[in-house]
Design a binder for this molecule. Structure first.
Ligand code: AP5
Length: 217
């Protein structure tokens, strides 16, 4: 399967990707995770991206498209992948279509995560992420057993720099202006599947199982 997880910040794309990746043996490609790793390593790309990310703005298309081109060529993508947080603009979607065509591949579906703004702000304000392994928690909805310690690896939990309320509000604005137009774009292509992301964390299971059953790639 080759899936896109499209949706606003805090909708649960990263949380759901872990389950889908493990169940179906797909590569999980999160452009946000790749960028945060670059920031942590203080690479040139990371230094250039940090200002945009901290302000809740999108990193320029050419940077992101170059990153994806490289990543999709890696071996673990052969069996399929989940694109989490990409594409986020129409030019990114056009570049992805060209790239997949050149590889003789197509998309299985674009899953659009829907949730109300107030819920997204609540989720993001309470999100904590493991500094070592990247596991995602939430102080209200999914707390770790021991405060600020990762259940999976024992690493320290941290709050993302862009999970402050004023930055969250800007990310939601940017999503509506620049990314939401992709919903119509993919609906027009017959690839869009909607998902109510306001429910329980495991509610995507049935939809992905249905897509896997139909997938002929
Ligand atoms: P990115 O890392 O992609 O952030 P995002 O899209 O804003 O998405 P999030 O990671 O915030 O949310 P999510 O939907 O994955 O939610 P999660 O599962 O963590 O991008 C960050 C920045 O990088 C961007 O602002 C931009 O600057 C740059 N960037 C990245 N990609 C780019 C691109 N393509 N082009 C340009 N720039 C790009 O869940 C959130 C919280 O809710 C967690 O605490 C979780 O435990 C909880 N939760 C999840 N599901 C549930 C549930 N069902 N019930 C209760 N709680 C839940």
């Amino acid at each position: 399967m080759r899936l896109i997880f499209l949706g606003p910040p805090g909708a649960g794309k990263g949380t759901q990707a872990v389950f889908v990746k493990e169940t179906y043996g797909l590569a999980h490609i999160s452009t946000g995770d790749i960028l945060r790793a670059q920031v942590k390593q203080e690479t040139e790309l990371g230094k250039a991206a940090k200002g945009y990310m901290d302000a809740g703005k999108l990193v320029p298309d050419d940077v992101i498209i170059g990153m994806i081109r490289e990543r999709l060529g890696e071996e673990d993508c052969a069996k399929g992948f989940i694109l989490d947080g990409f594409p986020r603009t129409v030019p990114q979607a056009v570049a992805l279509a060209e790239l997949l065509q050149s590889m003789g591949r197509n998309l299985t579906a674009v899953i659009c995560f829907d949730a109300a703004d107030d819920l997204l702000v609540e989720r993001l304000s309470g999100r904590r992420t493991c500094r070592n392994c990247g596991a995602i928690y939430n102080v209200s909805f999914h707390p770790p057993e021991k405060e600020n310690v990762c259940d999976a690896c024992g690493g320290p939990l941290m709050q993302r720099d862009d999970d402050r309320e004023e930055v969250i509000r800007n990310r939601l604005r940017v999503y509506k202006e620049q990314t939401a137009p992709l919903i119509e774009h993919y609906e027009h292509e017959g690839l869009l599947r909607r998902f109510d992301a306001g429910g329980a964390p495991d509610s995507l299971v049935a939809l992905v199982a249905e897509l896997a059953g139909k997938d002929d790639a």
